[in-house]
Design a protein around this ligand. Structure first.
Ligand SMILES: [Zn+2]
Length: 168
């Protein structure tokens, strides 16, 4: 089976992800690359074990293990996109990924970045189309920065304009 991690890493455990189950591909728009499945996963299923380099700083694509430790995995979980209604969950103690929903082959895998991160590498606008989309994503201990407040204000003024127009 073709492994996603380089040889020296995947030899440590047979639970690491394979190319039979997952692939990395362009996710379209400006999102860059994303992580996708090749097979069905059932809600609640443990999908894979993951690993990486432990750093003491936040970088793009790191995931928080503890307030001072961050896992850098440029092969697998580093490609997870954000959704406010995600289909996977990461356990940063056991370093395992679990399905939160039934996931069909070819689906993009998404997590909620605020579920692991106190502070994000950078805050960003979200248009994930979830009913409860937070629209601006921060780490769980962060407040919305100035750019985010401006963005949210511009969204609400745009809605007001549309509303005013519809009822004119
Ligand atoms: Zn969202």
């Amino acid at each position: 089976m073709q492994q996603i991690y380089p040889l020296e890493i995947h030899e440590e455990s047979s639970d690491y992800p394979t190319r039979q189950d997952f692939f990395v591909s362009k996710a379209g728009d400006e999102k860059g690359f994303g992580l996708f499945t090749r097979r069905l996963f059932q809600k609640g299923e443990q999908m894979a074990r993951f690993t990486g380099e432990v750093l003491n700083e936040i970088k793009l694509h790191t995931l928080q293990i503890s307030p001072s430790k961050h896992l850098y995995d440029p092969h697998f979980v580093g490609y997870l996109l954000h959704s406010c209604d995600p289909n996977v969950e990461l356990n940063m103690k056991t370093l395992t990924m679990r399905a939160l929903k039934d996931i069909a082959p070819g689906e993009a895998l998404t997590m909620d970045y605020a579920s692991t991160e106190d502070v994000l590498y950078r805050q960003f606008a979200c248009a994930c189309k979830a009913r409860k989309c937070r629209q601006w994503i921060t780490g769980r201990l962060e407040t919305i920065n100035r750019e985010g407040r401006d963005y949210l204000n511009s969204l609400s003024s745009r809605c007001t304009l549309v509303f005013a127009h519809e009822h004119a």
